[in-house]
Ligand binder design. Structure first.
Ligand code: I3S
Length: 126
């Protein structure tokens, strides 16, 4: 049952809307396209939903999963070079996918930076 499956996920950080752009896939540069995504941090992955979780649950079709980013071995850094926007966080996965996360609100994005870094550190030490 999908609803149960989604509820079993225990987020390390509750969902929040952040601006997101995927700029590389498997090491290959992609055209940047900023969108607003509902972001949830679980123990080993970052999940992107189009809408807040409750709505996402209702919209999930059997077999459909949110877009998940494997944080194991990922690199998380602030970047001032990959965008002209302020408060931009860069996440590079082990498989060479590269994402930018951004919020105009520094305390918000800073909280996500710290939590994602912590999750990555925990995964590499465990
Ligand atoms: O890194 P880029 O290519 O300068 O990123 C900009 C572009 O994606 C641009 O769209 P076009 O590809 O249609 O020109 C976006 O409108 C800009 O927002 C991107 O730059 P910022 O600095 O906002 O990340």
């Amino acid at each position: 049952n999908i609803t149960q499956g989604v509820q079993q996920i225990q987020p390390a950080l509750q969902g929040e809307y952040l601006n997101k752009a995927k700029i590389s896939e498997g090491g290959k540069k992609q055209r940047k396209n900023w969108t607003s995504a509902w972001v949830v941090l679980c123990s080993n992955e970052l999940q992107f939903y189009k809408e807040s979780k409750q709505e996402a649950v209702a919209n999930l079709k059997p077999g459909c999963k949110p877009e998940g980013v494997d944080l194991c071995g990922a690199i998380v850094e602030w970047t001032t070079e990959k965008s002209s926007r302020k408060n931009v966080l860069e996440i590079i996965t082990r498989s060479g996918d590269e994402f930018l996360l951004q919020s105009d609100d520094y305390p918000i994005i800073s909280k996500w930076h710290d939590a994602i870094k912590k999750a990555v550190d925990r995964l590499s030490s465990g």
